[in-house]
Ligand binder design. Structure first.
Ligand code: SUG
Length: 434
């Protein structure tokens, strides 16, 4: 059997609202609000557990080390760890916030993953996203690479590529701009790559498109795909705050759900249908029924479409309840049997809904057996992780707390323990330096 496993990002202990997300309305709106790292992590884990209880294979990917002192030192701030934090907090709170972001929680941006059924050499391919469009996320790729290799360690089954080279040509945001459609998870499918800019576009715009066409083409080439389609995101969507395609479209196997203004090319759907062959269902939500602003406000397209015992479930943020037109639109889609909502408001305030928090990895039985089993969520591991969060995470965090050396020590202690729980070995700089 072949299944779709979902690997959720565990929210890190420095979760805060930095206003750092370019083109991301929620992040910009909530800048400098007080956060709750503990609630954020527990909300994410509760979603993961609920989906595991339904029968989904649910994995966990760890947070990254934050505040990230090596980067602050590179920016010219020296001294002991405590001095670096003190100086950063005084000289440039923005810089400190940049390198304290817990953004690695949104694992839809961790990598692009192609299942073995689609790739030329029959392995599962991973390309960590370089995330170079934003400084606070551009530091994720090296640690993400280490994590993915530790979670998917078998070279005979998993092929790990380097992140695309840093530069303006290849701006890559990972699976958030990638949708796979197939008759079933195990059959060869088509992979839809959605991009927002060309390498030579340099607009100084707060709603700058992030994913480049060149990056999408390069990932498809690395993965050995013969079935890729490249689609330009609709500029109107980007300007309204659709910074990733998964804020405006979602697909699962033979169902593609999208907003009328998701794609620039009016013929794209026909192209996708032709590539798929018979049996693809496409549901288009019209601007008239759900304006872009409601699609973004409710984050309805940032839902997970999952299949449990042949029932299709939309796993949505509970924010959709504030939008009756959105609910009505979804309820009218006959292919969706149930809508399950979750309170993910801590992550949502930074523009991260259910779909942002997970990386989909389609795996055969043998591939699943080769995954680091300690990273799969069981009842025991859920209990262990919630106890770990309750032990280490602060209930509230304000931007002024980020310079507190105690927070750095707490975070390191938490992550050190976590690499033990998830059997990951030494991952973090502070562990490797010792
Ligand atoms: O890259 N927010 C993230 C949200 C990522 C959502 N992911 C997907 N759509 N798949 C981003 O904009 C905000 C951080 C802050 O403001 O503190 C942030 O990085």
């Amino acid at each position: 059997m072949t299944v779709e496993a979902n690997f959720d990002g565990l929210v890190g202990p420095t979760h805060n609202y930095g206003g750092l997300g370019s083109g991301n309305v929620a992040s910009i709106t909530n800048a400098q609000a007080v956060s709750s790292p503990r609630q954020a992590a527990l909300q994410g884990l509760a979603k993961s557990k609920a989906l595991a209880d339904l029968g989904l294979i649910q994995g966990i990917l760890p947070p990254h080390e934050r505040p990230y002192l090596p980067k602050l030192r590179q920016e010219g701030i020296g001294g002991t760890d405590e001095q670096v934090l003190f100086q950063a907090a005084n000289r440039s709170p923005h810089l400190l916030q940049t390198y304290s972001s817990a953004a690695a929680m949104w694992t839809a941006n961790a990598a692009t993953v192609s299942p073995s059924a689609d790739t030329a050499n029959g392995k599962v391919h991973f390309t960590p996203a370089n995330l170079v469009a934003q400084p606070h996320r551009a530091i994720e790729a090296p640690v993400t690479s280490r994590i993915l290799r530790a979670v998917f360690p078998d070279d005979a089954r998993f092929q790990h590529h380097l992140p695309l080279p840093v530069g303006t040509n290849f701006t890559d945001e990972g699976a958030a701009n990638h949708t796979r459609l197939a008759r079933s998870h195990g059959e060869p499918g088509i992979e839809l790559f959605v991009w927002g800019r060309r390498a030579h576009d340099f607009a100084a715009d707060p709603y700058l498109p992030r994913q480049s066409y060149e990056a999408s083409v390069e990932v498809a080439r690395l993965h050995g795909l013969s079935n890729a389609i490249f689609a330009r995101q609709h500029p109107a969507a980007i300007s309204a705050g659709v910074f990733h395609n998964d804020v405006i479209a979602v697909g699962d196997r033979d169902l593609l759900l999208h907003h009328e203004l998701a794609f620039a090319d009016p013929n794209l759907i026909e192209q996708v249908r032709a590539a798929f062959g018979n049996g693809l269902t496409v549901r288009t939500i019209m601007e008239e029924q759900v304006p872009l602003s409601d699609a973004i406000g409710s984050y309805v397209f940032n839902s997970q479409l999952i299949d449990i015992n042949s029932r299709r479930i939309l796993v949505a943020p509970d924010d959709i309840d504030d939008y009756p037109n959105v609910r009505e639109a979804i309820e009218s889609i006959e292919e969706i049997d149930e809508i399950l909502t979750f309170n993910l408001r801590q992550s949502m305030r930074n523009g991260g809904g259910p779909a942002c928090l997970r990386l989909r990895v389609v795996l055969t039985d043998q591939e699943l057996a080769a995954v680091n089993q300690a990273c799969l969520l069981t009842d025991e591991r859920y209990d262990e992780l919630t106890a770990w969060v309750n032990r280490h995470y602060r209930e509230t965090l304000s931007p002024d707390d980020l310079g507190d050396p105690e927070l750095m020590r707490e975070s390191r202690a938490a992550l050190d323990e976590l690499t033990g729980i998830l059997h990951l070995g030494s991952l973090y700089n502070f562990q490797l330096e010792e």
